[in-house]
Design a binder for this molecule. Sequence first.
Ligand SMILES: *[C@@H]1O[C@H](CO)[C@@H](O)[C@H](O)[C@H]1NC(C)=O
Ligand SMILES: *[C@@H]1O[C@H](CO)[C@@H](O)[C@H](O)[C@H]1NC(C)=O
Ligand SMILES: *[C@@H]1O[C@H](CO)[C@@H](O)[C@H](O)[C@H]1NC(C)=O
Length: 386
Amino acid sequence: MQLKLLTIENQDPTFNSIRITNHSRGFPMRLLGFMLLFLAIVISFSIINMFKIRYLGSQNLVEGAHTLIRSCFQGQNSLQDWIEPPSTYMHTLDDNELLWRASFVPQIKEYPFKRSPKIAFMFLTRGPLPFAPLWEKFFKGNEEFYTIYVHSMPSYRSNFSTSSVFYQKQIRSQVVEWGMMSMCDAERRLLANALLDISNEWFVLLSEACIPLQNFKIIYRYISRSRFSFMGAFDEPGPYGRGRYDARMLPEVTIGQWRKGSQWFEANRKLAVDIIKDVKYYPKFERFCRNLCYVDEHYFPTMLTIQSPYSLANRTLTYVDWSKGGAHPARFGKGDITSEFFRKLHQDHTCVYNNQPTSLCFLFARKFAPDTLDLLLQNSTQFFGY
Ligand SMILES: *[C@@H]1O[C@H](CO)[C@@H](O)[C@H](O)[C@H]1NC(C)=O
Ligand SMILES: *[C@@H]1O[C@H](CO)[C@@H](O)[C@H](O)[C@H]1NC(C)=O
Ligand SMILES: *[C@@H]1O[C@H](CO)[C@@H](O)[C@H](O)[C@H]1NC(C)=O
């Protein structure tokens, strides 16, 4: 056998030369190099240890060895190791791995440590964040109470300075198509990444055209004290509501359970986990809510209405103006930015908050043209109180 193999090898000149390089020259030299390096490490380690024994006593040596072992193997030895969020957003998990990991839920409700619950602000964008300077102003001074996640097109590279709150807040992303399941996938990807940080308790989805309408303290109080999550969910008769339902979704989804709602939601941690762990409704919506169905307006509202109707406020926190008709809401330009505009936005609405009527219905608004930034920044104290 051995001989036969050798003969074949020798007949093949390429094989032969490779064999020679690997075997006779490269391999032993490299091996020798490694062995010498290893020997050097062992010797220096022994010298350090001898030094330690002599001057620090053997007790410290044992502790030193423990520290070394811990840092080598990155073991989960203290509570801190379990509750620390990942050090970088650029992990190597693919979507399946990420959703699985994010679905871990503690079974004991009380946290055995001091936890300051945070709001995760999740930005679903194409590329740049034109209102970043306004958001920076809004976030300033509230570092303990928020986290930020940005999902942009995979080809887009952001360029935030190290002092920006958006610095290195991009998560691993995939291409998103308007109205398609890839949109819900991106939202689930944002939720899953945010769930990896155990301090995140509320999850808000925003777009690059969104701005905050109140200061941080008011928004935090409004969301944290609400008994319901702000997911728009209503039963709309007619072609753009029930008309998009497909009976092939039975038996998982009936026409009576079919809901529509704005894509821009706020969800608590429990509902966020429900959304990312779903395998029951996902395939139905993926197959039977395509194209003119606009799955991002139906999947989460319908699924959560079936599973947790009493957790939903059934309204969104993000103001949009649909009064001009069409598939896209109105876009506000420079001419719209007046104190009257924002005063009306608050006074002309009433809604229910924790079963009480209120006129504070919207905490965010869209869509604003990028060139409104300067006006908004200059007058943000007057308009929004930040
Ligand atoms: C990134 O930002 C820096 C300073 O803010 C600027 O000098 C540089 O040109 C920017 N790079 C790109 C690719 O936009
Ligand atoms: C939201 O709607 C569901 C039914 O779709 C209902 O059971 C629930 O009570 C509503 N939530 C509120 C706060 O009214
Ligand atoms: C916004 O601020 C600028 C500069 O302070 C001021 O000139 C302008 O009148 C303000 N606009 C509104 C709508 O209040």
